[in-house]
Design a protein around this ligand. Structure first.
Ligand code: FUL
Ligand code: CA
Length: 693
């Protein structure tokens, strides 16, 4: 008897304590991490000697005087970021080449030694001031890997790096994010003193969120495409892992760990161009709005923050091709999320937590991510019903959890009322800070969000519905081995194109059948709705000569039919040495007969797009020959920097030379565990039009 009374009293008092407060669940974010998640979208800037040398990974021996962004204007960057709707800027204060964008006391390879402003400039001072003026957050990237510093590779370097960090973190005002890069090409090893580096950040910028493969503030999402997993937990297990090559498996980085011990949300880093640094060669390769929208929905729309790299050009400005695209993206996003239809709905719910003034269904539609609705303690399911006075049409669903209390939802669905019954139109897993679903248009008077499963009672802060304007999809441009060009696009669109570099108009040539295009050049194409009512963005592709007459030269261990996939004009087919069991050891080589003499100015290597094939090449050499027998010295050799994380087409130029045979040698792989070679496509460069390549 007595026991029961005690229990009852305990329950009552417990209930009362719970009255206004929902007990947090699992790993929790710090205040700074909650504020960080609210930023959602900010700019990354890569700038340094690489900007001037067409390199992705400088070697550290570059002449610092190459750095001369003569018209550098950090306010132009900040203005662009602000107008793009971004909330901050993170800059490469020091990349792998060791060059410091501020006159560091701890290095002899800095802006002070450069030609810019006669060595009197300081990019960090200019950028931090510009960010302040435009109300943007300021963040810094510092690579511990340093290919210039003489102490690198010795224990004293750790203190040098700590001093360098302190210098940056105490000289330029508040820093919202400290970006630690884990990359290293493995040639010179250094045991990093991470606890020391973290203590410097904590001491001087206690609110800075620390990025790395293992946080502790936020984590790399496991790819450089800007895509988080559709399931994405902000919690992660990091025991036994370290930044860089010792990081958690790509899947954990991409999706988090459901029961992760620490709150380490995903940050999606991606460049608006194929590379991280500016190069005139990529002026025409700025990602399209369609691609950027896919990235936005796969990052911000999947509980990740998006850090979009916009490389500053050689003048020290954001190039108009990039800023134009950023503004186009902003316009589409603003139009997509303009009018939250849920404001017109009456909201009811099941499972609602009782006797708690902090919990209300109306808080789901007040636009404030700090207010919420929740189910009763230990009730892991609930239904939120939105009833509209008149039918509404929507194609976007936005959901948010009150993450300060932990990430809880494991499964949810969206239903609409159709002909008197509920029909499921989407079923997904996690929500987190924000989840956005892109759906086809649905028209209905009742929408139901079913919270199907959660780790603890769901606490939802927002439910929103929008009708985003329709986008006309950009056409795809392809060319086959024989050089026939073809375009494809969405049904009911008319595809128009030009081959002279001009902007396609509704009266430009209409694509109906493949077009002979073996010599190559620039193709621009646009999809139009009938009568030219609306048009897609312009798709641009550049082709050199087609591999029409090329063939693989027979060699021991080479399966010619397989190897032909490297020269079939189709990057989707891949020659993989592992599958055909050639020699297990590198180097692997491939000889191509071009079918006649060509004036060669370079070659291109396209690695496989997915990560499945593996065997991406890092070290390469390229030889040419007239007869396929005598080769001489390589016409080019080196490494495809950063190809492991960013496996895009690589082009290498050499001194123009006539030849009929070309030999591509894969010296070593980007990933030491993958001791084989993959070639999606091998091409030659014969055209002298560097800006188009
Ligand atoms: C990588 C680096 O190696 C790339 O150069 C780039 O800075 C990217 C953001 O991170 O780890
Ligand atoms: Ca191929």
């Amino acid at each position: 008897m007595k026991k029961t009374t005690y229990l009852l009293a305990a329950l009552l008092s417990c209930n009362m304590a719970v009255g206004q407060q929902i007990s947090p669940y699992g790993a929790l974010p710090s205040k700074a991490q909650v504020a960080w998640n609210d930023l959602e979208y900010y700019m990354f800037i890569h700038l340094g000697p690489n900007t001037f040398t067409n390199k992705e990974w400088g070697h550290g021996d570059e002449d610092p005087r190459v750095f001369n962004p003569s018209r550098l204007d950090a306010r132009q960057w900040a203005r662009t970021a602000k107008l793009a709707g971004m909330k901050g800027i993170v800059i490469t204060a020091k990349h792998h080449d060791g060059f410091c964008l501020w006159p560091s006391k701890y290095s002899k390879h800095t802006v002070r030694e450069s030609a810019w402003k006669n060595g009197k400039g300081d990019v960090l001072a200019e950028l931090s001031a510009a960010c302040k003026a435009y109300g943007l957050q300021f963040g810094v990237y510092l690579s511990p890997w340093d290919r210039n510093h003489p102490e690198y590779g010795t224990p004293t370097y750790n203190q040098v790096f700590a001093n360098t960090l302190k210098e940056v973190l105490t000289s330029y005002g508040p820093v919202f994010e400290q970006w630690f890069d884990g990359a290293n090409d493995g040639t010179k090893k250094q045991q990093y003193d991470w606890p020391l580096f973290h203590s410097v950040v904590h001491k001087h910028q206690p609110n800075a969120v620390i990025f790395s493969d293992v946080g502790p503030g936020c984590r790399w999402v496991g790819n450089e495409k800007g895509f988080a997993g559709t399931t994405n937990w902000s919690t992660l297990n990091v025991k036994g892992f370290s930044p860089g090559a010792g990081g958690p498996p790509a899947q954990s980085l991409n999706e988090g760990n459901e029961d992760g011990e620490q709150w380490i949300p995903a940050e999606c880093d991606v460049s608006i161009r194929p590379g991280w640094f500016y190069s005139p060669e990529t002026d025409n390769k700025v990602k399209s709005v369609t691609e950027l929208l896919d990235i936005y929905y796969a990052s911000v729309g999947r509980n990740g923050n998006l850090i979009l790299n916009v490389p500053v050009d050689r003048e020290g400005l954001i190039h108009p091709n990039d800023s134009t695209r950023l503004m186009e993206l902003r316009r589409v996003l603003d139009a997509s999320f303009k009018d939250n239809l849920v404001r017109k709905a009456v909201i009811t719910a099941t499972g609602t937590r009782k006797n708690n003034a902090a919990v209300k269904t109306t808080f789901l539609q007040d636009g404030n991510p700090a207010t919420y609705w929740a189910t009763a303690e230990n009730v892991q399911q609930g239904t939120i019903t939105l009833t509209f006075p008149k039918p509404v049409t929507f194609n976007r669903v936005v959901l948010q959890e009150a993450i300060a209390l932990g990430q809880r939802v494991k499964a949810f669905s969206v239903e609409i009322l159709e002909n008197g019954a509920f029909k499921e139109v989407a079923r997904e897993t996690t929500i987190g800070h924000k989840r956005i679903l892109r759906l086809p248009d649905y028209t209905t008077t009742v929408v139901r969000i079913q919270l199907l499963d959660a780790k603890a009672s769901p606490v939802i802060s927002e439910v929103q519905l929008f009708q985003a304007p329709e986008q006309v999809e950009r056409p795809q441009i392809r060319r086959d081995k024989a050089g026939a060009l073809s375009l494809s696009g969405a049904a009911d669109t008319e595809l128009r194109y030009t081959l002279d570099g001009s902007e396609p108009q509704y009266h430009s040539a209409r694509f109906t059948a493949p077009v002979a295009f073996a010599q190559g050049g620039t193709v621009k194409a646009k999809a139009f709705l009938p009568q030219g009512k609306a048009a897609s963005e312009t798709a641009t592709a550049y082709f050199d000569v087609a591999p029409a007459k090329w063939r693989i030269v027979p060699a021991p261990g080479i399966n010619e039919a397989e190897a032909a996939k490297a020269i079939d004009g189709d990057p989707a087919t891949v020659w993989v040495t592992k599958d055909i069991k050639t020699t297990e050891k590198h180097p692997h080589e491939l000889i191509v007969d071009l079918g006649g003499e060509l004036l060669l100015r370079g070659f291109s290597y396209t690695p496989p797009a997915g990560s499945d094939a593996g065997g991406v090449v890092y070290g390469y050499a390229c030889y040419i020959s007239q007869d396929g027998k005598s080769w001489g010295d390589p016409v080019a050799n080196g490494q495809f920097a950063n190809i492991r994380n960013n496996p895009v087409m690589q082009t290498v130029l050499f001194k123009a030379v006539s030849a009929r045979f070309i030999k591509f040698v894969a010296v070593n792989p980007a990933n030491e565990q993958e001791n084989w070679t993959s070639v999606a496509e091998l091409g030659v460069i014969t055209h002298d039009r560097p800006a188009e390549r």
